[in-house]
Design a protein around this ligand. Structure first.
Ligand SMILES: [Zn+2]
Length: 320
């Protein structure tokens, strides 16, 4: 097994939080303590006994807060959930970059195929966040980061609903007759706006929750990263976005205020070209900044996942 002080990649170099003080061996648990596997309150049981609900040794539940003392099922769930999120993000990136070509190449139903292709990684990511925030049955209520955990879950639920609306409205707008299609377009826009706002809240709550998960590893490095990303990554995405929106508004105004600006008149070329170039530049910066933010975010979840996975030992060696 790994020594906790082993300076391997990503492993903590120093213990961060003390484990629960070694409680006096001997008699009976005289405080409220949840069983790590099923959450049953083991108060009143002998410390050498078994949980009456799931037969886990009571002693296993008396070791404290760190993930390495949590139930293996709970650790596996975290690892699986983070795998869904990180792999979902990778698939989403591939789909996003290939979708425009696919839509152009596939005759007829290209748009439908793209919509469905985007749905799969999104569903993986959202399911991942849901399982990632499963409560640990072994933690007393006071040790659970109830607020950030619930905010991640609530915003994940909202994202599932808006994803369904965006997908359905997107499909409907191409098929349905005029007025219904317009209503679908409006609904599509509203759902997208709600989704964007929810995404920001979801992101911050996920970082706070991940900071807590990292504290159970325990890893100062990844706790600090999660705290930093909490504000850094939204700024990375939102500042170039704001510049881009401002450029678009200025361009619209410059075109509108140009000499002889009636409908259909050609815009004043000078400022329009300058602003158009500025807008393209801002667009490139926005894409690059968003990709950097995404890579940093992916890295954080990936390494947290790797560290939790290593707690259950290295994978069995293959026979030579
Ligand atoms: Zn139990």
């Amino acid at each position: 097994m790994n020594d906790p002080a082993e300076p391997a990649d990503g492993l903590p170099d120093e213990p961060l939080l003390e484990t629960a003080p070694a409680r006096a061996p001997g008699s009976v648990v005289d405080f409220d303590q949840a069983c790590i596997r099923c959450g049953y309150n083991v108060r009143g049981l002998p410390t050498t006994g078994l949980c009456p609900e799931c037969a886990t040794p009571v002693a296993d539940s008396l070791r404290g807060f760190l993930l390495r003392y949590a139930a293996p099922e709970y650790r596996r769930r975290l690892v699986g959930a983070l795998g869904l999120v990180t792999n979902g993000i990778l698939i989403l990136i591939v789909v996003m970059f290939t979708a425009p070509f696919a839509a152009a190449l596939i005759p007829g139903n290209g748009r439908l195929m793209v919509q469905l292709a985007i749905l799969v990684p999104n569903a993986m990511i959202l399911a991942g966040y849901w399982f990632y925030t499963t409560p640990d049955p072994g933690l007393a209520a006071g040790n659970d980061p109830a607020r950030s955990r619930r905010v991640v879950r609530a915003t994940t639920g909202i994202q599932i609903v808006t994803l369904a609306i965006v997908t359905l409205a997107g499909l409907a707008s191409g098929v349905l007759p005029g007025p219904v299609a317009m209503a679908a377009d409006v609904l599509h826009g509203v759902a997208l706006t709600v989704s964007l706002i929810t995404w920001i809240v979801h992101f911050i709550a996920t970082m706070l929750y991940t900071r807590w998960v990292a504290s159970r590893i325990p890893s100062r490095k990844w706790m600090a990263r999660a705290a930093l990303y909490c504000w850094l990554l939204p700024l990375l995405v939102l500042i170039p976005l704001a510049v881009q929106v401002a450029a678009v508004m200025m361009l619209t105004r410059a075109v509108g205020a140009g000499p002889g600006a009636s409908a259909g008149a050609p815009p004043a070329p000078g400022p329009a070209i300058a602003l158009g170039a500025g807008m393209m530049w801002a667009g490139c910066v926005m894409i690059i900044a968003s990709l950097i933010a995404l890579v940093l975010y992916w890295n954080l979840l990936h390494y947290v996942r790797q560290m939790i996975r290593r707690m259950d030992g290295p994978a069995p060696r293959r026979a030579p």
